[in-house]
Write a protein that binds this ligand. Structure first.
Ligand code: PGA
Length: 237
């Protein structure tokens, strides 16, 4: 069963009611899945839950980030216990937008992973090269390190592909996923390898042919009502 993670980033669908209705229709068509995760902005975890339960939409709760610190005097941070209290199970850690815009280093990301794991949250580490031609070694090594530290979900997200409008070459993505797998397999742990970066209904049919991809992390397209229905249906249909 493939994973599908909708990362709304700092956005919301135009109409939450219509969005939930569209994804619920997809579930009626192709079935519900316990590997379907939605990560709204934290402010909307409960808002989404309320609308989803009104309409009978089934999903796992995700968050886009977690604090490296415990509860206490850390203004603006959201510590892991406050996420689990809201029913969150999965959390993105080390997303490139956090690394780039908030200066998150591997050291900070490691602390966030520890904080998440301590509370029983499942961290999804996001890793990917900055430029299309960059060597992947550094990134694959970082992913291996996290597997060794007990992380089981890695999202390969090339930074140049993020934003929803990158022109993707699916065979190139496949080659890079294969490179990741070759090295990650050597760690000797079970893991899930996702792909993220400009995934939309159009490109998905090609990416779905590649068995090396265990699921998809979808950003921009996931706040779009029509796309969310199409993507869900393609993955679970
Ligand atoms: P995108 O974002 O789908 O908008 O490219 C993916 C991500 O940042 O997780």
């Amino acid at each position: 069963m493939k994973y599908l993670i909708y990362n709304w980033k700092a956005s919301l669908p135009e109409s939450l009611h219509q969005w939930v209705d569209a994804v619920k229709k997809a579930q009626e068509q192709v079935g519900v899945s316990d590997t379907f995760i939605i990560a709204p902005p934290c402010s909307h975890i409960d808002v989404l839950e309320k609308e989803a339960s009104l309409q009978g939409l089934s999903y796992q709760k995700g968050a886009q980030d977690v604090s490296a610190f415990p509860q206490g005097a850390y203004t603006g941070d959201i510590p892991a216990p406050l996420l689990t209290e809201r029913g969150v199970l999965y959390v993105l850690v080390g997303h490139s937008e956090r690394r780039r815009l908030h200066g998150e280093t591997t050291e900070v990301i490691e602390k966030k992973v520890v904080a998440a794991q301590k509370e029983g949250l499942i961290p999804i580490i996001c890793i990917g090269e900055e430029n299309r031609d960059d060597d992947l070694t550094l990134y694959i090594d970082e992913a291996s390190l996290f597997l060794e530290k007990g992380v089981s979900m890695i999202a390969y997200e090339p930074q140049w592909a993020i934003g929803g409008d990158a022109v993707l070459d699916p065979s190139m993505i496949e080659k890079r996923i294969t490179l990741f797998r070759e090295k990650l397999d050597r760690v000797g742990k079970e893991y899930v390898l996702l792909y993220g970066g400009s995934v939309s209904g159009d490109i998905l049919s090609q990416l779905l042919c590649y068995t090396g991809i265990d699921g998809f992390l979808v950003g921009s397209a996931s706040v779009d009502t029509t796309q969310s229905n199409i993507i869900y249906t393609s993955i679970y249909g």
